[in-house]
Write a protein that binds this ligand. Structure first.
Ligand code: TMP
Length: 254
């Protein structure tokens, strides 16, 4: 296989130069990290599951008119994406109190919020992705007010849609993180959804038992991460019950 140019390596993904200008290959690794990479492990099968779950969700979002960086699936671990200039924000949408919100404000985990809460974090590993306000974004020029308005509108639409998508699979969407990118179309700059949406960056609880089906299984040493991600994929109809979805290639065996 010819060597590809590596453009960027993150904690859970690698970006390679794509076959056409303006494209990249997004490769999902099996690495799991938490607490700004203080905790690290390699969990066999996680990358394949996140690739397939994220592909499925991005395709569903495209169907309701949300522009994303996803172009097409390449293989079990990789997808072709549009190159975008990443807005240096982690946009977190919360429906239910959990995680850092519970710690910061002394709330009870599992308490539904009066309405969805949008938070912004400045994407900077060296600083530990600090929580920031809209005014920080304006003052430091990380996004324009128009971009931020567009980001919030898209985030709310994604939340509404995903709440329903997961509820149909017996899953409560507690919270999740989005990233956005800028692309140029002729003379117009647009905001598109980038990164991934998978159990690595969502909190997903079984609607009846509240069982955690997301990366909190790794963060909190609960075990069974691959089983939980497989459960999410299976409930969304991504893998059929025998683990084979009709595509050529390796078959996931639990
Ligand atoms: P938090 O409660 O730890 O702030 O996380 C909120 C949501 O954002 C949760 O669904 C996990 C996701 N998340 C990421 O995707 N990346 C991160 O680095 C962090 C801290 C959270």
């Amino acid at each position: 296989m010819s060597k590809r140019r590596r453009i960027y390596e993150g904690k859970a993904k690698v970006l390679y130069e794509g076959p056409e200008p303006g494209t990249l290959v997004q490769h999902f690794k099996d690495d799991a990290t938490a607490f700004n990479a203080e905790k690290h492990d390699v969990i066999e099968g996680k990358g394949v599951l996140n690739n397939r779950i994220s592909e499925y969700i991005f395709l569903q979002l495209a169907q309701i008119g949300i522009q994303t960086h996803f172009i097409k699936a390449l293989n079990m671990r990789e997808q072709l994406i549009r190159e975008a200039e990443i807005v240096p924000l982690e946009v977190v949408i919360r429906n239910v109190a959990a995680g850092s919100l519970v710690k910061r404000l002394g709330l009870k985990e599992g308490e539904p919020l009066p309405r969805p809460l949008i938070e912004f974090y400045y994407k900077d590993d060296a600083l530990g992705d600090p929580l920031i306000s809209e005014d920080h974004i304006a003052v430091f020029g990380w996004a324009t007010q128009n971009e931020l308005d567009e980001i919030m509108t898209i985030a709310v639409r994604i939340n509404d849609f995903l709440i329903g998508l997961f509820a149909g699979a017996g899953i409560r969407l507690v919270d999740f993180k989005l990233e956005f990118g800028r692309v140029w179309e002729r003379d117009v700059q647009r905001i598109i959804l980038a990164d991934e949406i998978s159990p690595d960056n969502c909190r997903l609880w079984d609607i009846n038992s509240n069982k955690k089906l997301d990366k909190d299984r790794f963060r909190q040493d609960l075990g069974g991460l691959v089983d939980a991600y497989q459960e999410v994929a299976r409930r969304l109809g991504i893998f059929s019950s025998n683990g084979h979805d009709g595509k050529k290639g390796p078959v996931l065996v639990s």
